[in-house]
Design a protein around this ligand. Structure first.
Ligand code: FAD
Length: 470
């Protein structure tokens, strides 16, 4: 009988423990993707990107003589049960996911299938270190990055598995939905074609990104990773989010570079472990996704009204603060934002504007093609000061001096801001082509005045903290 392999955020053939186990049985394999409520409700850009990833992976499987069977079903369990009935499969394998909704769903699926006498097994692969496998000396979980890093950096990480040589096809294929009918890009207000040129899709592209990074960029990574005008990082977050590459593959390649003495390799390894740390925290304290992680922040008077004009200005990249606006526009056009930009815009929203980090978290979830529930929540709470290992709440980034420091020649600001520029960059203009007319912005307008003055905003934030007794 065939085995169902249920793909989710693991759209690759190599280093895929579940697929490896399936192929080792020698039995026919039926790869499946189910669009359930969880994936159907994704933010616009992550959903669009997931659609592209699925389409590409289906082509890769076809080239192997296999297929990706697509089903839409509010509950994944129902979709799986239908397929079990139609194909006679008695086994379902998948790669574990760690966000609370996926854990609830997958546990229920496993229990229900087992009760039916179906073998249901989950495998690792999305993370190098299972969140429960990393413990402090007293058996707790880590709340601070550095000791987490010290503990895991000396661990052995499994060597990546090769891609299966072939996937045995079943005697007959069950019916599949047509991906186009799922309209995965439909919620992209800015039009899917705006972001598409910036996407690098699939396993092969991810491997070549890793290769290019380690041959050309890693030696300067320590300096360049902070410069938003320089393409100095791996850009792998987009691929890691959908499992088009595994962290193990990145780790082992990074380790090789480290042992070759390449500067920057260790910091890259550390960044990969930040991703693991985010998952560690999400597993042990799932409230990080929805509530202030530091309990003493519970009563902090964040502004939660999204209709406020400052929030709109922040989302629309017209706060009058060039670093903030450049980064927000970069995200709108490319679906990505440089890490320094993410820190700056998050600090500005939560500190200068005293808005709830959840507003930013949600907007990022709508706009980022590399959206990751754990990294996004940790990044926002870190920036806001309410999270674990946070930037101290009293440290308010000054977005003006930050720009002077990290974008000396203003190449980044110029790339994204067209106003008051006689010869605007094509990307800066692409932004104006992408935004809805009703935002009322035009490149020939003059650049807006700050919605909140930088030093005023800082003072206001510090006062709010003081009033709270911090
Ligand atoms: P590189 O510098 O090449 O790093 C390699 C990999 O390490 C990344 O691909 C990523 O998987 C991991 N990594 C690096 N920095 C971090 C970090 N701070 N936290 C967790 N993992 C990290 N990252 C996402 O992948 N998805 C998100 O939704 C996301 N939201 C964020 C929101 C905020 C407010 C902040 C401050 C950070 C956020 N990050 C997020 C983390 C970071 O900005 C991105 O991972 C990074 O910019 C991706 O670029 P890169 O792949 O070139 O990274």
């Amino acid at each position: 009988t065939p085995i169902l392999i249920w793909f989710r955020r693991d759209l690759r053939l190599s280093d895929h423990p579940a697929l490896h186990a399936v192929c080792a049985t020698g039995r026919p394999v039926i790869p499946v993707f189910i669009l359930d409520t969880q994936y159907d409700a994704l933010g616009a850009a992550p959903k669009f990107r997931m659609g592209l990833g699925i389409g590409h992976f289906a082509e890769v499987l076809s080239a192997q003589g296999s297929r990706l069977i697509l089903r839409k079903s509010a509950k994944a369990l129902d979709g799986l049960q239908e397929l079990i009935k139609e194909t006679g499969a008695e086994t379902v394998y998948w790669t574990r996911q760690y966000d609370p909704d996926a854990v609830t769903r997958d546990s229920a699926v496993k229990a229900a299938l087992k009760e039916q006498g179906i073998e249901a097994r989950s495998f690792g692969g999305h993370l190098m270190f299972e969140p429960w496998s990393v413990q402090t000396k007293t058996g707790g979980y880590y709340k601070v990055f550095t000791p987490f890093w010290r503990t895991v950096k000396i661990r052995d990480v499994e060597a990546p598995l090769p891609a299966p040589r072939s996937l045995t096809a079943p005697e007959s294929w069950p019916a599949s939905d047509d991906l186009a009918d799922w309209q995965m890009g439909a919620a992209m207000q800015r039009g899917a074609e705006v972001v598409r040129p910036f996407v690098q899709l699939g396993e092969q592209a991810a491997q070549s990104r890793l290769g290019v990074f380690l041959s050309d960029k890693v030696s300067d990574y320590n300096e360049n990773r902070d410069l938003p005008a320089v393409d100095g990082t791996s850009n792998l977050s987009e691929n890691l989010a959908l499992g088009e590459i595994s962290p193990h593959q990145c780790w082992h390649a990074g380790q090789r570079a480290f042992h070759e003495g390449k500067a920057g390799a260790e910091v890259f390894l550390k960044e990969l472990v930040w991703r693991e740390f985010a998952y560690h925290l999400m597993h042990h304290t799932p409230r990080i996704l929805t509530h202030n992680w530091r309990e003493e922040w519970a009563g902090f008077d964040w502004n939660e009204d999204e209709r406020r004009s400052e929030v709109r200005a922040w989302k629309q990249g017209r706060t009058g603060i060039p670093f903030v606006d450049a980064a927000m526009r970069e995200m709108y056009v490319t679906g990505r934002m440089h890490n320094r930009g993410r820190m700056i815009v998050a600090s500005y929203l939560t500190k200068h504007l005293l808005c709830h980090w959840r507003i930013g978290q949600k907007w990022f979830e709508d706009c980022l093609i590399d959206w990751d529930p754990a990294a996004n929540a940790m990044g926002w709470q870190w920036s806001a000061g309410s999270g674990p290992d946070a930037s101290p709440y009293f440290r308010v980034f000054n977005p003006v001096t930050q720009l002077e420091k990290f974008d000396k020649g203003h190449a980044y600001a110029d790339r994204w801001i067209a106003e008051n520029n006689a010869a605007p960059h094509q990307d800066a203009l692409a932004y104006f082509d992408a935004i809805p007319k009703q935002w009322g912005m035009a490149p020939e307008n003059s650049y807006p005045k700050p919605v909140v003055d930088v030093s005023e905003g800082r003072k206001r934030a510090l006062m709010a903290y003081e009033n709270k007794g911090f």
